[in-house]
Ligand binder design. Structure first.
Ligand SMILES: Nc1ncnc2c1ncn2[C@@H]1O[C@H](COP(=O)(O)OP(=O)(O)O)[C@@H](O)[C@H]1O
Ligand SMILES: [Mg+2]
Length: 303
């Protein structure tokens, strides 16, 4: 596995987040005893827009995030459409990972972090008291920059986040289907009992994607999921992301502007200071952005 282009600050954060991700999944298992329905009955995303226009699945309203006294996001407002790919781009340190982690409350795991404002998931503020963050993270899964399979078999990696008390779930069947949807099944079908760590970097990342989709989420958050991969593995992940968007809402952070242009429907440009400067159709952002600062960033004048 090649690690390329990761800035030091990104690295520090990602590593910490990876560790937290593991903790979250462990909590998932221990929380399984008390059956966790995420929220009340009104929380149902099966009402699709009859017009075919994309529904908003996630909406940020005046989101401000601080690490102790340092503000990392400023008044971010954004409506993310369902079943599309939304890319978050911008220079290092502008708050992309912070925003992503706000969506499924991964920032809860960072002591210094404080989130203000509202983050709605299908109309419900995920910061409301009655939201169980562990259940929320099954609905809004996350994939990190560095593939982080557990030192377990491929099968157990994928099955890890499932609610084991749910007897309706056929684990083998779910594992198979998740591997298939993550475009990995063909490569590992005969070795489900071997360690996830024996796979190549690109396969490990698809394994992590399979693990995230096994609990049948609505949203997949991906934080630079291909930046540690070689070009061939990257291109496989990009193809996969486009396929996944038929079934899931994908929100992806990338420092690679070509990647954002290739795979996303919508693009959000964050700039230094944690400001969301522009959010629009990807074509508009790359061909005819409204703000000069965005044009300067896109054309490589800074960042
Ligand atoms: N765990 C953390 N503790 C303290 N500060 C952090 C932490 N994570 C990020 N930051 C700070 O918040 C700002 C935004 O960081 P981040 O969201 O990682 O940006 P990006 O993903 O766009 O590179 C940066 O100034 C960064 O140093
Ligand atoms: Mg980041």
């Amino acid at each position: 596995m090649n690690r390329t282009n990761t800035s030091e600050s990104d690295d520090g954060v990602e590593q910490r987040t990876d560790g937290s991700g593991t903790t979250v999944s462990e909590q998932t298992t221990s929380a399984d005893d008390e059956s966790t329905s995420l929220l009340d009955e009104s929380f149902d995303i099966d009402d699709r827009s009859p017009t075919g226009a994309a529904n908003t699945i996630i909406e940020a309203r005046d989101v401000n995030v601080f690490y102790d006294d340092v503000q990392a996001l400023q008044d971010v407002a954004m409506a993310i459409p369902e079943k599309q790919v939304t890319a978050l781009i911008g220079p290092s340190g502008c708050g992309k990972s912070t925003f992503l982690r706000s969506i499924n409350r991964m920032n809860d795991l960072i002591d210094a972090a404080r989130v203000e404002g509202e983050l709605l998931f299908d109309g419900k503020n995920v910061y409301d008291d009655d939201v169980d963050p562990v259940a929320l993270r099954r609905k809004i899964g996350m994939v990190f920059q560095t593939p982080n399979p557990f030192p377990k078999s491929i099968r157990d990696n994928v099955a890890f986040g499932l609610e084991v008390q749910d007897t309706d779930v056929d684990v083998d069947e779910t594992v198979h289907s998740a591997l298939e949807r993550a475009a990995l099944l063909e490569e590992v079908e005969d070795q489900l009992d071997s360690s996830g760590l024996d796979l190549s970097g690109g396969q490990q990342q698809r394994l992590c994607i399979a693990r995230a989709i096994a609990p049948d989420p609505d949203v997949l958050l991906m934080d630079e999921p291909a930046s540690a991969l070689d070009p061939i593995a990257t291109s496989k992940i990009e193809d996969l992301i486009e396929e996944l968007a038929e079934e899931y809402t994908v929100v992806i952070v990338t420092h690679n502007m070509q990647q954002a242009a290739r795979i996303s429907d919508k693009t959000a440009v964050f700039l230094t200071g944690g400001e969301l400067v522009e959010f629009d159709d990807t074509d508009t952002i790359f061909e005819n952005p409204e703000h000069d600062r965005v044009e300067d960033y896109i054309t490589g004048k800074f960042g």
